[in-house]
Design a protein around this ligand. Structure first.
Ligand code: PRP
Length: 175
């Protein structure tokens, strides 16, 4: 049987502090404008909820859902959209919000998809950035924390659909 333990990587206090810092930067960058914030389901739902409540410019909210099929934790590299946004984004300022960027394929797919619809601007905000796992060169505009490779859960992130609800972020160790 696989034994699993988890240790805390970012506490809820550290997360809250960092979310406020990112929101403050975003509020400055978009002062006097209105944002369309697009969360990628499911993982982004908690970060997005915290972030938009700290941003001081008005935000419209929408969601997309993307899946990359593969075996286990390895992505096949083929991203499929299973739920599109429902908002018109033409000539609007768009911020995509994501819990984690790993290979970069999911975010790059959505960026390319949304750019086709001629937004005024398009930026990305990720809470965790696993830079070493990139398969393509992708840079998010706003990053919460850069992390090493390893399986992280909590704050929206899951392991077999468990732990998304955890207010803290943990790293899982399997022995
Ligand atoms: C995770 C995460 C990102 C994506 C990042 O989603 O939430 O959407 O993987 O990986 P990438 O940079 O390698 O594309 P997942 O497919 O696990 O779905 P979930 O958000 O519903 O958990």
């Amino acid at each position: 049987m696989v034994e699993m333990s988890k240790e805390i990587l970012f506490s809820r206090v550290a997360i809250q502090k960092r979310v406020k810092e990112i929101a403050s930067q975003i509020s400055k960058d978009y002062a006097g404008r209105e944002l369309v914030v697009i969360g990628i389901l499911k993982g982004a739902f908690i970060f997005m909820a915290d972030l938009v409540r700290e941003i001081s410019v008005p935000c419209r909210i929408d969601f997309a859902r993307l899946a990359s099929y593969g075996t286990g934790s390895e992505s096949s590299g083929k991203v499929v959209m299973t739920k599109d946004i429902e908002t018109s984004i033409k000539d609007r300022d768009i911020l995509i919000v994501e819990d984690i960027v790993d290979t970069g394929l999911t975010l790059q797919y959505l960026v390319d998809w949304l750019k086709e619809r001629n937004p005024r601007s398009l930026k990305t905000c990720v809470f965790l950035d696993k830079r070493k796992r990139r398969k393509i060169s992708f840079e998010a505009n706003y990053v919460g924390f850069t992390i090493d490779d390893g399986f992280v859960v909590g704050y929206g992130l899951d392991f077999n659909e468990q732990f998304r609800f955890s207010p803290d972020i943990y790293i899982i160790n399997t022995n």
